[in-house]
Design a binder for this molecule. Structure first.
Ligand SMILES: [Ca+2]
Ligand SMILES: [Ca+2]
Length: 108
């Protein structure tokens, strides 16, 4: 995301930038942003895997490292009021293909 933002800033300072290149950049920024806030991608690596479910489980039992970045809005994969093991289960079901969508992140 930081890299894309820097690219966008460089493009804005370039007086030869066309509206097409600006539109393309906006699209890339949107894509980068979408990856960043993808529901279920708790460890924010751009993919939803069992590692994300594991992170929720560790969080639920209070074993997640204090330094770990944990975004409840992203971890709340079933869209209810909080984060618990049911959210980890949602990710596991998603990973094995039992469900094909996770609740959208409710970002403040
Ligand atoms: Ca992930
Ligand atoms: Ca939940």
């Amino acid at each position: 995301m930081e890299e894309k933002t820097a690219e966008a800033e460089a493009l804005l300072e370039n007086s030869e930038a066309t509206s097409e290149s600006l539109a393309a950049m906006i699209e890339e920024l949107n894509a980068a942003w979408t990856v960043r806030i993808m529901t279920g991608d708790v460890n924010k690596n751009g993919k939803i895997t069992v590692a994300d479910a594991t992170m929720i489980q560790l969080y639920c039992v209070g074993m997640l490292a204090e330094t770990a970045e944990f975004d409840e809005a992203v971890a709340n994969t079933n869209g209810d009021d909080g984060v618990d093991v049911a959210d980890a289960t949602e990710i596991q079901k998603y990973v094995v293909g039992i469900i094909d969508i996770l609740a959208p992140a409710k970002l403040s």
